[in-house]
Design a protein around this ligand. Structure first.
Ligand SMILES: Nc1ncnc2c1ncn2[C@@H]1O[C@H](COP(=O)(O)OP(=O)(O)OP(=O)(O)O)[C@@H](O)[C@H]1O
Length: 386
């Protein structure tokens, strides 16, 4: 087997275990990998088996991996016939939930910590919907199976702005809590973007701190100019996370923490923001129950009230997490399990610090140059990856 010579790197978007592959010519000659691993492609001469080195396994040995074409064919063959039925999915605008006064609940006021626009809870989204979405995601997968994406090393210069941190997680898992703790732990380092709204300003609220209060006309102009990462309507008012707000935080040299539905990541998935995507995952249901025993969350139904988590809420969180992982897992740079909040917070902070300190980071090649390398263009399209 030849050693690594060429310079084409890819991130795998699926798991591969040669031990479970009955068609591989020689299991010992293969390279196992997990979704997210970086591989150096050495040869793509064969249409079925490429040769690659696994950069993380400490050896420079090249081995066989399924080619893009082979993996696509396998995904197509595995798919049950029923999944080819077209399914209408409305991912256009998610209804937003109302903001809450976190200060009154937590005793600490931080601008920008409001109810996110992420997947709503029981009432607006049922378990059935979560299952439907999981099913639909497989249908989406049917259109473009995820194989490999070309990546390059981004060499961070001291003058470069910190990367945008995108936090993803099912509603209620604790994304806001983690954001809040990060900002409190180092307010000069971490910031959250101030959302825009068209609703009336309340007495205690401050323009540019709690929200940017704008007219409906101004908001709609911003929509037309594609200035929102995510927006929606609640009780007759618009709410949205605006790109300008994100840019403002980043321009201050701070790490901007943004939580959005993963379907909206595409709006910031570029060289300007270089998003680093963190998936906040619930622990197993037993631990979820145990750790949230005394926790309360804000009800969708009545913005003035908080209530204890119910068994159904726990099940929803687990279901939504599974759905997010199956549909958007290829976008996650890291996964934090939020069982014990102190542990989850420590882990998250350590991951962010390590990422910030590391000078070389693998990022999609499309962020660093407008066209893929000639070699890669000939065998792959990025359509469907995000
Ligand atoms: N690990 C944890 N242990 C105990 N309680 C937690 C933990 N993580 C979060 N909580 C509590 O759970 C509740 C919901 O958390 P949070 O508001 O951060 O959820 P969220 O993911 O931001 O959801 P939403 O977007 O719907 O507001 C809060 O009361 C929070 O303090």
């Amino acid at each position: 087997m030849s050693s690594c010579m060429t310079k084409l790197f890819v991130r795998a978007l699926f798991d591969y275990d040669p031990m479970e592959d009955t068609t591989i010519p020689c299991k010992d000659a293969a390279v196992a990998f997990k979704r997210g691993d970086v591989l150096q492609i050495v040869s793509r001469e064969d249409d079925t088996w490429w040769q690659a080195c696994h950069l993380g396994d400490g050896s420079s040995r090249a081995g066989l991996i399924p080619s893009k074409q082979l993996h696509e064919r396998r995904v197509a063959l595995q798919r049950p016939r029923a999944l080819f039925k077209p399914q209408l999915i409305n991912t256009a605008v998610f209804p937003v939930t109302e903001d809450v006064d976190y200060g009154s609940i937590t005793g600490i006021h931080i601008a920008g910590l409001r109810r996110s626009f992420r997947l709503g809870r029981k009432g607006s989204r049922t378990r059935k919907t979560a299952q439907l979405r999981r099913w639909s995601s497989e249908v989406h997968g049917a259109i473009s199976p995820l194989t490999y994406i070309e990546v390059v090393l981004y060499h961070k210069e001291p003058k470069d702005r910190p990367r945008l941190i995108v936090l993803i997680g099912p509603s209620g898992v604790g994304v806001n809590e983690l954001k809040r703790r990060l900002v409190i732990s180092d307010p000069d380092r971490y910031g959250v973007c101030v959302p825009y709204t068209t609703r009336e300003k309340r007495k205690q609220e401050r323009e540019g701190v709690d929200y940017h209060f704008v007219s409906v006309q101004a908001f709609e102009e911003l929509i037309l100019n594609h200035r929102f990462v995510e927006y929606g309507q609640y009780r007759g008012s618009y709410y949205g996370s605006n790109l300008d707000s994100v840019q403002r935080v980043m321009a201050e040299g701070k790490v901007c923490l943004l939580d959005v539905h993963p379907s909206k990541i595409k709006h910031v998935y570029n060289s300007e923001f270089k998003p680093y995507v963190v998936f906040v995952k619930p622990p197993r249901i037993e631990e979820l129950r145990l750790t949230r025993r005394r926790a309360k969350f804000v009800c969708d139904e009545d913005i003035k009230q908080v209530r204890m988590f119910s068994e159904e809420d726990f099940e929803d969180i687990i279901d939504q997490a599974e759905m997010l992982d199956s549909q958007y897992g290829h976008l996650f740079d890291t996964v934090i399990v939020n069982g014990d909040i102190a542990v989850a917070f420590r882990e998250l902070k350590a991951v962010l610090e390590k990422m910030d300190e590391s000078e070389d980071q693998w990022v999609p090649a499309s962020w660093m140059r407008s066209t893929p390398t000639k070699a890669w263009r000939s065998c792959s399209s990025l359509t469907g990856w995000i």
